[in-house]
Design a protein around this ligand. Structure first.
Ligand SMILES: Nc1nc2c(ncn2[C@@H]2O[C@H](COP(=O)(O)OP(=O)(O)O)[C@@H](O)[C@H]2O)c(=O)[nH]1
Ligand SMILES: [Mg+2]
Length: 204
């Protein structure tokens, strides 16, 4: 996938602020620091489009990125960051929930977990909530480069079991360092995109 033009468009906190368009949106959810911004940067081949933050919890609103006027990535605030007040956590929770619940253009929810760790109770809750939505989803296990090759299958199994993924549910390992998994993620995004209207009279 070659991306020509990827631009940060806006940060929204409430629905009135979401960008107005009819393009498909792909949302990224996961704990702070799991690698959401890094994943966006690798997918669009930019070093620093989505700011990779060394300070967890920094991304506070919903960040919308316009990709070639074809689709949007929506970087959602990371959950599970301990050093914020309960009120702020609840505000984030509602902001994420409102978006995921009400956004018609939302086409695919990508949930990120760190391949090194068993998914937390926050991750488990999030995934249960996601599968309760009637939208396609994909789980990506990030930071693949940080574990020895021999452990990959065991870690992926652990994630599958802990989150309760079914046979048909996709789990893709990914590394922002080596870019391994990039093409597979794009394939999933493509498979879940609305089919363009074909300019042909042929019947299926
Ligand atoms: N080694 C390695 N580091 C990563 C990977 N993905 C993210 N990171 C690092 O993890 C930290 C958090 O990443 P970031 O993308 O900001 O996470 P976010 O909070 O979910 O947006 C940064 O220091 C990244 O460089 C990866 O696949 N491999
Ligand atoms: Mg981020």
């Amino acid at each position: 996938m070659v991306v020509k033009d990827a631009t940060y468009e806006l940060t929204a906190f409430k629905p009135e602020q979401y960008p107005k368009h009819n393009l498909p949106e792909i949302a990224l959810v996961g704990r702070s620091n799991v690698g959401k911004s890094s994943l966006i940067n690798v997918l669009v081949n930019r070093k620093n489009l989505a700011r990779e933050s060394a300070t967890p919890g920094k991304t506070r609103g919903l960040n919308f990125y316009n990709i070639d006027h074809q689709l949007y990535f929506v970087d959602l605030p990371g959950y599970g960051y301990a050093k914020v007040s309960k009120a702020e956590r609840e505000f984030w929770g509602r902001m994420i929930e409102t978006y995921l619940n009400t956004r018609n253009q939302l086409n695919l929810i990508i949930m990120l977990v760190d391949i090194r760790h068993t998914p937390s109770s926050d991750d488990q809750m999030m995934y249960q909530w996601i599968i309760g939505q009637d939208k396609p989803n994909l789980v990506v296990a990030t930071k693949l480069d940080k574990i020895p090759r021999g452990q990959i299958q065991k870690k992926l199994r652990d994630i599958r079991v802990t989150l309760g993924l079914g046979e048909g549910d996709s789990l893709l390992p990914f590394s922002a360092e080596t870019k391994q998994g990039r093409d597979e993620i794009w394939n999933q995004i493509r498979e879940n995109s609305p089919k363009p209207r074909m300019n042909t009279n042929k019947r299926e």
